[in-house]
Each structure stands twice: as structure tokens, then as C-alpha cells.
Design a binder for this molecule. Sequence first.
Ligand code: SER
Length: 586
Amino acid sequence: MNLRDLYINFFVSKNHVQIPSSPVVPENDPSVLFNTAGMQPLIPYLKGEKHPLGTRLCNYQKCIRTNDLDEVGDKTHHTFFEMLGNWSLGDYFKKDSINYSFEFLTKVLKIPTTKLAVSVFKGNKLVEADKESALIWEELGISKGHIAYLDENNNWWPNMELTGPCGPDTEIFYFRSNEEVPEIFDPEDDRWVEIWNNVFMQYIHNIDNTFTPLPQKNVDTGMGLERVQAILDGVLDNYESRIWKDIIKVIEEVSNKTYESNKVSMRIIADHIRTAVFISADYASIKPSNTDQGYILRRLIRRAIRHAKKLNIDINSNWEEKIALAIIKQYQKYYKELEENKQVVLNVLKDEKNKFNKTLEKGLKEFDKIISNLENNTINKDLAFKLYDTYGFPIELTIELANDHNLKVDLEGFKEKFKAHQELSRTASVGKFKGGLSSQGEKETKYHTATHLLNAALKKVIGNDVHQKGSNITSERMRFDFSCDHKLTDEEKKKVESLVNEWINMDLEVSKEEMPKEKAIEIGAEHQFIEKYPDIVTVYKIGDVSLEICGGPHVKSTKCLGHFKIKKEEASSAGVRRIKGILDDD
Ligand code: SER
């Protein structure tokens, strides 16, 4: 049976309810470009809000982590991965959590206990050493030598700096080697690979840097599907597991080369096209661009193309389509958006390929020219910018090419130039893709409620076929995408603005109610990704003006929102407009 099914069946047999995988692009969490962990969409519930499906949940979640995108090419790194997770929201705690993990690994997956080791938290000023977890592991048969006490850099999740729910964890390692298992577990020995992380999430790290206990003690676990699959398949290279086999085979076919002698480029192509497929199939409709998620998508496709060239693949053939179709086939049973959006995905890949292909050849020539004329071993900011601006080379590509030739790039200078050209810092290159958790502060909560009012006002002014297509909130502003076939006139914008302010001034009550998804649709609640909601949803109501399915959080009544202003209205993509708005406190 498939690992995902084994996992879900196991936790369902332990009274957990399966929740759907959330989209890879999180809604309303501006601190991250992508969902980086299964718990991310569950933050409000970990903080104490009641989850409509109960206190025991499990799922498989699509995750994207791009902070070590450039490491892809070795045996274990991926930009996309799936996380198998189970959660207790104030229900069971350490004993059951550890027992479930152990039972699943040793009884269901039949992994020998002797090949497992664990780490537990050694304690700090805030929390004492986790002897309790160590004892539970010992009682289950993990030898003392295979239990390591580690500090907060290892056994605290997410880490001491990030705000939001957090806590000590116990991590489970597997000895991935054919050599003899050492008696003492050394976490520095990279034959031990971490496969599962059980976080005992019992604190909230506040913005003022204090830690306070959460209203409930939670468990958040995450197991890496790719790693465990490689273990089950008995391979030391993730890309040789059954997940990748068929995909690598297609790359061998289109390049007429073997994996054995071209591992790095084939891994990069396989990984990057897979992630690009998942991003472009997501309901958030991301397209390659020079900012945010679109920029990551662009980088992934362009880097895959460059490696395809290295393998002498004919870039003009439909090689990328063949690889994408193998990926879609591999995953469509579990992620139906891949099948549904197949054409969109293929178009995104092809369009971006054509765009890049037009300049790639010339850009590579330019690059060769640049390096043959270099006076020192650094590509200066003007040259790096030229490669970006004229030849569409993401800066990371220039850096990678430079590395191949033992050269440096003046990255700081490039960034300054880049800023000066007004493309500004919200792109991935300036650090927003580190991953992490946002805190839903007071201001973000206000903006969240304001988007509901804006959505309702747009419907009144433009028509009922206006629907939300996306939103993004920071403490400074809101961005709201909606379906609309024309540029808003000044009059329309004014009307929308006044309506939102009128409702704010009426101090309308914001209330919420849980109900079955079908009922929410029946009563006309606005929604964005209906396929992705659980069977029971929360509907937020603002006076009589707005009804929306939403996870929250929201203000209690509207008066505190202040004054709403539209700062900008522009095209987002075909048939979708974007409004940037702010709330003034006065
Ligand atoms: N949130 C934890 C992690 O990402 C456990 O799921 O490792």
C-alpha cells in the first residue's frame, strides 16, 4: 500500500480525522511565500481556536522550502516535499504521541527498533530537560545510547527567534547505511537521517519576546515522505526511490543519457520541474514573474532549462511536457488539481521556456564574453544587472555560472541596482523566502476583516460575479485579487471606498458560525477554493453585508478598522484585478 494511505489509515484507526492538504501558497500569511510545514494552516487552532473537525487530525501536506534551492542536486535535497502529519489540539500529549510514532514505524512500516535513534530537549531557562520523553522512548525499547539530549538549536520548533506557537520536540532518526549500527547515536554522523519530528507545542512566543503557555498543550508532528520512502525502498539516494523512478526514466529518454553518469543535472531537472508543476497547478494561479512566488517559479523553470541544455536536450522539443506529464501521472491520485489544471501547467512551462529560450543562448554567449574580459575575479553589478535585465538571467543563475568558473558576483551591488530600478525588495532574492511563521498581529487581523468588506463592496458596485482570487496581508497594507473583466473607473473606486467606510462606521458586529460546507454554499457564503475546505467550515458574518467562509482571525466589530483607502488598482492576470488598500488609524 502507498505510504500516504498507510499513514492516514493508521492515524484514522487512532481516532484522527484526515484534513485536506492546503494549497502550497498560503492565504493571509505574508511572512512566507509557500507552505513550509503541515502545521502552518493550523496555527489558529494550535493557539486555541476550536477546529471544526475535532482535536485529533492528520494529513499529507504539500510543502515547498526554497531556502536551500541551490543545494538541490545531491541525494537528499528537494524544493518540494510532502509532510505526513498528525496533530493533537489539546488532546493527547507526549506518551501517546511517541507511542503512535513508534508503533507506526516498527509495526506498520516494520523498521527494526535497533536502526532508530532519538533526540530530546536538554532544557534551557524556560523549560526543563525532557526526561519524560526519554523515559517513554526507553520503555519502548530504544537503548540509552540511542537517546541524545540536545539544545534548543536542535530540539525546539520552529526556533527561538520566530514568534508564534512553539515548543520542545523529540526527533526520530534512522540509520541510513548498510554499515553496522553504532551503539552510540551521534547526531553529527550524517548516516543518521531525521525522519520524524514530534513537537510538543505548548508555548507561544509573543512579539515582545516573552514566552507564555498556550491555553492548551498540543502535539504537532511531521514526517518527511521522501526520506521514509527511500528507506522503505532500501535506497541511499532519494531519487532512486519509487517516487522518482518513472520521472528520472523520462529524463533519461529525452536526453538519451543515463542517470548513473548525469546525476546532478537530472536531479535538478526532476526536482525543479516537479515543484514548478505543483506551484502552477495550485489554485492560487501563480505565473512566472519577477516577484514573490512567481519569481521562484521562474527561477525553478529557468534553472531546469539550463541543466537540460547541459544534457544536450533539444530545448525546442517538448521534453518539459513529457517530464511534467510523468510527474502529474505520479501524483494525480492524491492531488486532483494536477489533473484538473494539467493544461495550465503545461502552458506555464512552455511559455516560460519559450521566453527564456529566446535569450538564453545569447545570454550564455554574453556571459562567456564577460568572463573573458574580467579584470579581477568578480562579475560587477553592471554586468550582473545586464544579464538579468537584457537576458532574463535570475541573479542566482549568474551566481551559479560564476561558481562553475570560480568567480564571484557583486551581489550587494546588484541588489542596489535592482532596487534603483524599482523592482524592489519583495522578490525572493532579498530574504523573504526563509520560511517561518507569521504572527497574526492586531493590524493584520484588521486588514483581514477589511478584505471581507472590500469583497462585499466590490460585489455591490461591480456585480455578483466578482469573486476573491487571492489576498495577501501585511501589517502595512492589504492586497486583494478579484475576478473582474475591466479596469475600475474612478467612480467605481470611489463608490467601493465609501461603501467600505460606511460599513466600518456602522460598527457592524463580526460573528462566526460552524456549519457543513454544503450549507455554507447554500446560504451564499463567499469562498475561494471550495474543493480544499473540510466538510465543516467556519462562516464569518459581518452585519448583513458579508458572509464568507474563512479561518479567521477577525476583529469583533468594524469600527476599530479606522479609515479604508484604495492606494492602487491594477491588472493582476487575465480577468483578475488587484487592489492595494490601507487602513488609516484616524
Ligand atoms: N512543524 C514541525 C516540522 O515542520 C513538525 O511537523 O518539522
